[in-house]
Design a protein around this ligand. Structure first.
Ligand code: TXA
Ligand code: MG
Length: 332
């Protein structure tokens, strides 16, 4: 038996786990919990010491601001200033896999470290019942980045969190695999413009429909808000990632999509299919777990079949491009 003395406590979701999570948060501790998108690593957003611990646990640069999670729009309005577009989008799409970047309200109790000193704040109302129970029990805003080491693939199961953060956090609440599987879509509602900062678990079309018009184009480079955490190389498995693969080469693993496998598949080191039926919702839910599982086979590369750009395909392609981007020497 491994001694495992550094392992965080893992509790199945339920009333006891909710109470334990709220108690850890109140003491300035770190709790990983499921949201509908990915597992988050939560800390009291008003407690700068807790946020400093969170940055350290993730190995995250402190200039990268965090999302404040709250129970409802009324709570979000205490920290952020909503314009008409933001109110409309929130009314139709919260709770859900959507984060709004808004002007930070003067006197907002979310600490400056959590918002990285910006005059804007990212807020989200999650839909997952476990996340909501914890927010209700804690009673304040919870800053929660994805519960992975900085630069690693986001976790969609409690086991992923444990593999990445054991020994660095206090508690993991296991609520099973996360249903959406991709991080929230982030939009900025600033100065009457609605701009997509990060494609994610809610499609651009769904937001445009709620808004009643297409999203605004990003402001010319240099101007306008950006999601500072969007480093080119991110979501990185250990193996190189080869995109839009139309064949499988010697020693490669295949991340497939759709019913028809490409030439060379019979010799693949491993094959996992994001969605044999070609369904983008299913593909999103499987993306990070499949990347991890293929990476664990130590292939010389992961070949990824082409993914369409429609609907959630935009976010899936975004994550795959980051996984494929050139990166500094792997920390693993
Ligand atoms: O689905 C999600 O969004 C998950 C779950 C746990 O809620 N959280 C998540 O957090 O993905 P994180 O920290 O991994 O990504 C948050 C992104 C970062 O890229 C950060 O730069 C951006 O949000 N962000 C936060 N505050 C911002 C702000 N004021 N302006 C622009 N971008 C901001
Ligand atoms: Mg993240």
């Amino acid at each position: 038996m491994p001694t495992d003395c550094d392992a965080p406590t893992v509790m199945p979701s339920g009333d006891a786990a909710t109470a334990a999570a709220a108690a850890v948060l109140a003491k300035g501790g770190l709790v990983a919990f499921p949201t509908e998108t990915v597992y988050g690593l939560g800390a009291d957003a008003t407690n700068a010491r807790a946020i400093a611990r969170l940055f350290a646990a993730k190995g995250r640069p402190a200039f990268n601001p965090l999302i404040a999670h709250v129970l409802d729009t009324a709570a979000a309005e205490r920290f952020a200033i909503f314009n008409e577009a933001a109110r409309r989008i929130a009314a139709l799409l919260w709770p859900g896999p959507l984060t709004l970047v808004l002007p930070k309200r003067p006197g907002c109790v979310v600490c400056d470290l959590a918002t990285a000193g910006l005059d804007t704040i990212a807020v989200r109302v999650p839909a997952h019942p476990v996340a909501r129970a914890i927010l209700r029990a804690f009673g304040g805003p919870v800053a929660a980045p994805s519960a992975n080491r900085s630069g690693h693939v986001s976790p969609t199961t409690a086991a992923h969190v444990r593999a990445d953060l054991a020994g660095r956090i206090d508690l993991i609440i296991d609520g099973g695999p996360t249903p959406v599987g991709l991080e929230s879509t982030i939009i900025a509602c600033l100065r009457e413009r609605v701009v997509l900062l990060r494609p994610g678990g809610l499609s651009r079309d769904a937001i445009a429909q709620a808004l009643g018009r297409p999203l605004d184009p990003p402001e010319p480079s240099g101007g306008g808000p950006r999601a500072p955490g969007l480093l080119a190389s991110h979501y990185a498995p250990g193996a190189p990632v080869r995109l839009d693969a139309r064949d499988v080469r010697e020693g490669e693993a295949l991340l497939a999509f759709g019913p028809t496998l490409p030439p060379g598949s019979a010799g693949a080191r491993a094959i996992l299919n994001l969605s044999p039926a070609g369904d983008l919702l299913e593909a999103a839910a499987n993306l990070f777990a499949h990347l991890r599982a293929l990476d664990a086979q130590a292939p010389c590369a992961i070949a990824v079949m082409p993914i369409p750009e429609t609907g959630l395909g935009e976010a899936i392609r975004d994550r795959l491009q980051r996984a494929a981007a050139p990166r500094p020497a792997s920390p693993r």
